[in-house]
Design a binder for this molecule. Structure first.
Ligand code: GRF
Length: 207
């Protein structure tokens, strides 16, 4: 039986697409159980529709409190029999009920080298603007396990990307995104294949 991945996203879903591509090719031996979004206008919903993938729009304000909201999300991912959760541009924090139920089974991708340039408000073009303002000569991509706060989970894999002298935030974002589309499917495959082992803050990826 193939493992089932719930993908959480808020936007266009280019990382989701890069993973889907490798699933379709049979490189990642898994299927997408459901796509969960907090944004009814997420561009990625056009992809789920086209590909006949289940999707659920779950919005915080439709629930009386955060606990009810998080419980509903957990219930939904279980309803779709999800084994793993892959965050691909999801802007909301993951509830601790979900983090506990899916320990070491939730991953996220961030367009910078964590622990630098992470945390609340550090998403999208803000990240790249901050990197350029800092004068750093490298930025990159981080894939990490997800815990209860933004961008603090254990690092699984990183790729460095050179910052060019005259980079605009958009140019840097573009080059980094190209790396994201390579590293994320790679890590998802390793995770599904049971090749990622964590010991405290150290992660080992087996060949
Ligand atoms: C990516 O840059 C990812 O690193 C970050 O959010 C962005 C999502 O882009 N977490 P996309 O929706 O996958 O195109």
């Amino acid at each position: 039986m193939h493992k089932r991945i719930a993908v959480f996203l808020s936007g266009r879903g280019s990382n989701f697409q890069s993973i889907l591509k490798q699933i379709k090719k049979g490189i990642i031996k898994a299927e997408i159980s459901v796509v969960i979004t907090d944004n009814p206008n997420a561009g990625a919903l056009a992809i789920t529709e086209k590909e006949n993938i289940s999707s659920e729009v779950i919005i915080r304000k439709d629930f009386k409190n955060i606990k009810a909201y998080n419980n509903y999300i957990l219930k939904t991912i279980k309803k779709y029999k999800s084994d793993f959760i892959v965050l691909a541009g999801y802007l909301k924090i993951i509830g601790s009920n979900i983090v506990k139920a899916y320990k070491d089974k939730i991953i996220n991708i961030h367009p910078a080298l964590l622990p630098l340039f992470g945390g609340k408000g550090m998403y999208g073009i803000n990240v790249h603007k901050a990197v350029l303002e800092s004068g750093m000569k490298v930025s990159g991509v981080t894939v990490h396990f997800v815990d209860e706060t933004y961008d603090t989970g254990t690092v699984i894999a990183q790729v460095a990307v050179k910052v060019e002298n005259n980079d605009t935030p958009e140019e840097l974002a573009h080059r980094i995104l190209k790396c994201e589309h390579k590293i994320y499917p790679y890590v998802v495959k390793k995770l599904i294949d049971g090749k990622i082992k964590r010991k405290g803050r150290k992660v080992y990826i087996r060949p």
